[in-house]
Each structure stands twice: as structure tokens, then as C-alpha cells.
Design a binder for this molecule. Sequence first.
Ligand code: SF4
Ligand code: F3S
Ligand code: FES
Length: 232
Amino acid sequence: MKVNVKIKRFNPEADKRPYWAEYSLEVRETDRVLDVINQIKWEMDGSLSYRRSCAHGICGSDAMLINGVNRLACKILVRDLGEVINIEPIRGLPVLKDLIVDMEPFFDSYKAVLPFFINEDPEPPTERYQSAEDREIFDASTKCILCACCTTSCPVFWTNGRYIGPAAIVNAHRFIFDSRDQGADERLQILNQSNGLWRCRTAYNCTEACPRDIPITKAIEEVKRELLWRRA
Ligand code: SF4
Ligand code: F3S
Ligand code: FES
């Protein structure tokens, strides 16, 4: 089928402002958007810049705003979009070139919530056991691939780039509710700061955007409740 693809492009070394570049090409309807972009780059315009790696929805590097919705380019088929495909960089992070944004502010928020296991007890002779029920409590949060689809679809983040964002809260949730971890108080204190989780206005954009189907808004609400419960 023939598709018309518009890509918002920007080269800070050559362009004063972003502009839409248009490409018309023949693709298969079972192609993914990543295949289409690859075809444009490899056969039509080698200067097009974007991130990708695994091509299978695992690495999280090809998040883009596709027809107005944040998605991974490797997880969306052309036939689900139709003949007109508009592609922009994800919003709220500085554009470095074309579809590549500066992910550092996003990863700074991720790092701020101490996204690693904390336990000061002496190491046990065997594994630190956990029941299946306790593991289930944070199971969904372990599935995050740090693609930033959630944070960059959040209207609060668009207007306040210092909001810690849903991805960081999901990754805090993963450890706060881990029965073996001892760092919950510290993480909750970090999330309780002025640009922390209370900025969330329950917009749900994050949950709708997540390619891993993580119930992000629910996780945020659980962390809010935990914070209130511990302060009571
Ligand atoms: Fe991506 Fe979902 Fe993780 Fe957000 S929570 S970074 S949308 S995988
Ligand atoms: Fe934003 Fe998600 Fe909250 S979109 S406002 S973090 S529910
Ligand atoms: Fe890795 Fe799409 S290229 S998630």
C-alpha cells in the first residue's frame, strides 16, 4: 500500500525551527512504523535521525508521537494507522535532532528514586525468599522498559519539566512494595517533595500510553496511599 509519512524534523546546526518533511512510499500493511522509517532512511533520506535497537518492544528506545499518540515505532503496524502517518518526537524533552530527544532529564528523575534493592541486613546463606503473593503486589511495575512514553504524554510534565513523572514513580513502586526492601521511607520522602507524586492530576495519559500495559495511574495512587498511611 502507499503511505504518506510526515516527519517533524529539526537539525539544530542547520534549521532555525522544526519543519515537516513529507515522504510518499510503498510499504506492506504488515510493516511496522519502524520498518517505514528505516525504509525512508535507507532508501530516501539518510540524514533522518532516530533511535532504535531491538525492534521488538524490549529496549524502549524508539518512543515517538505517532498520529498524536505516544507509541513504540516497532510495536505499531501500518495497517492500524492507515495511509497517513504523522511522526513527531516525544514531548517535553529537548529535541537534539529530528526524532531524538535528550533523555537525561528523564533518567535523572529515574535515578532520583533509588531504583535498586536496598537491604542492610547481613546476607542470608540462601536467597531472600518472597511469597508469590508478595511478588504479585509489584509484578506489573517490574515490566517497565524506560521508554518514556508515559512521562512524555503527561500534561503535568509538559508544563513542568521538573515533575518527577510517572516512569520514576512506577520504578519507585517496584521497590517500595517489595517485601525484602528497606528503602521505602527514603523513596517516599523523595516522592513527597514539591515536584514529586502530588503533582499527578490523575490524567491517565500515562496508563494509556504504556506499551507494557502497566497500570501506571493505579501504581501512583498506591504510592500516594502508602505515603499517607506511613505519615498517619
Ligand atoms: Fe515506558 Fe510504561 Fe515504563 Fe512508562 S511505565 S517508561 S510507558 S514501559
Ligand atoms: Fe500525568 Fe499519569 Fe498523573 S498522565 S497526571 S502522571 S495519571
Ligand atoms: Fe527496541 Fe522498539 S526498537 S523497543
